[in-house]
Design a protein around this ligand. Structure first.
Ligand SMILES: Cc1ncc(COP(=O)(O)O)c(C=O)c1O
Length: 400
């Protein structure tokens, strides 16, 4: 009989370590900050939450009502792997209504939040080891999902000279160094809040096309813009893969429902993946998603609150010595330079939390290279919370 123990003498569990590839998956630091803030609150302390990237407003009542009626109805079963026909059709219509772009319902894939959409899109498009360009600063899960799936994120540092976005030149340079297979952009962006101009998106799309790269556009913060509306990559290139979600504008983070728009030739591949990976997206969440498109008045009222918070913070933060940030075009984040106070954003945010009672997120979550000198503040809460945060932060910065 063959010896089944590769290292005789070790207990079986000692061979059973996590896969090496996954050891490179970093924690999502903001989730750790949330845990620390919760511990302070459990111990009776008070925390103003500016760390979380989610609306503090509840899901609009009309959306919850639609889900409640479906729940009453009884049968909560699997749906088609690509999503219910009616939700896919409603999402397709949204592209006509919001952007004047024709999208066939067959190209819509309903996903478990945009997070589920990334997994499907990455698996469908890329060979093992493929290199995908992302921005630094950028949304940390891109890097970690890519690594977890066996791909190679290529973080390209972006700065004010390109309005914190990728450009054809940056993409071409990275591709020359070692070939890329894809490019992932987001607009409005997390953590910078920057919106890419239509020409900037068109230029990236054209460069991807020229180089034969997949272009994936994360549009999860669409709807949340304060100066001018965001452009969908589909208006520049019908072959772009668009990732979107009900989480942010529609205040539905916990429902875990989003969508992809993909070229027709990927639909069957993605259907096979979804059938096997999750069978389908939760039915109730799909019902809620469909109702979300009719909740515009409620969503706009919530957005008006963010706009008020934004206007307040853009004035108030410079007055307390935190004035070095980008114009906040969209989303609900302010990405601040804290370099005059600290070059260790983890320690800075820990002290702000423990001593000032304000939870903010260290820039290292978004930029491994330069994030030691930055922090992200989310203004998805109420104006009262923003005022309280400024008062606590201002006092703390003066005292230290
Ligand atoms: C840029 C960006 N993309 C995607 C996501 C994931 O969102 P969800 O999976 O809830 O759709 C987030 C969440 O914060 C985000 O900021």
């Amino acid at each position: 009989m063959p010896d089944l123990d590769p290292k005789p003498g070790l207990a079986p569990q000692e061979h059973m370590l996590p896969a090496e590839r996954v050891a490179r998956v970093q924690p999502f630091i903001v989730m750790d900050v949330m845990n620390q803030a919760a511990a302070i609150e459990r111990a009776g302390g008070s925390v103003v939450h500016m760390e979380v990237g989610q609306p503090s407003a509840p899901t609009p009542a009309s959306i919850r009502g639609a889900a409640a009626r479906a729940l009453e109805h009884g049968r909560i079963g699997y749906t088609q792997a690509l999503g219910t026909d009616s939700l896919r059709a409603r999402i397709a219509k949204h592209y006509q209504d919001a952007y004047g772009v024709d999208v066939a319902a067959e190209r819509v894939v309903v996903t478990t939040g945009s997070s589920g959409g990334f997994i499907l899109a990455f698996l469908a498009c890329f060979q093992p080891g493929a290199r995908i360009a992302i921005t630094a600063p950028g949304y940390p899960a891109y890097r970690n999902i890519l690594i977890a799936l066996g791909f190679e994120p290529v973080a390209i540092e972006v700065g004010p000279e390109t309005r914190f976005a990728l450009t054809p030149e940056l993409i071409a340079r990275a591709h020359r160094e070692k070939p890329l297979a894809g490019v992932l952009t987001m607009s409005p962006a997390n953590p910078t809040g920057v919106v890419m101009a239509p020409e900037a998106i068109a230029a990236v799309a054209a460069e991807c096309r020229r180089l034969g790269l997949w272009y994936i556009s994360d549009e999860i913060y669409h709807g949340l813009t304060y100066e001018q509306p965001a452009t969908t990559a589909l208006s520049a290139d019908p072959d772009a893969i668009v990732v979107n979600s009900f989480s942010k504008y529609y205040c539905m983070t916990g429902w875990r429902v989003g969508w992809l728009i993909v070229p027709q030739r990927l639909v069957r591949t993605i259907e096979r993946l979804q059938q096997n990976l999750s069978i389908s997206v939760p039915y109730l969440s799909q019902v809620a998603g469909e109702a979300a498109f009719e909740a515009t008045a409620e969503c706009e009222a919530i957005k008006a609150g963010y706009a008020e918070n934004r206007a307040y913070l853009l004035n108030a933060l410079p007055e307390i010595g935190l004035g070095d940030f980008l114009p906040v075009d969209g989303a609900f984040y302010i990405y601040c330079d804290i370099g005059r106070y600290s070059n260790d954003s983890m320690a800075f945010c820990r002290d702000v939390l423990n001593e000032a009672g304000v939870a903010i997120t260290p820039g290292l979550d978004f930029d491994e290279g330069r994030g030691a000198r930055t922090a992200r503040l989310s203004f998805a809460g109420s104006l009262g919370e923003c005022e309280e945060a400024v008062s606590r932060l201002g006092g703390w910065l003066k005292r230290r």
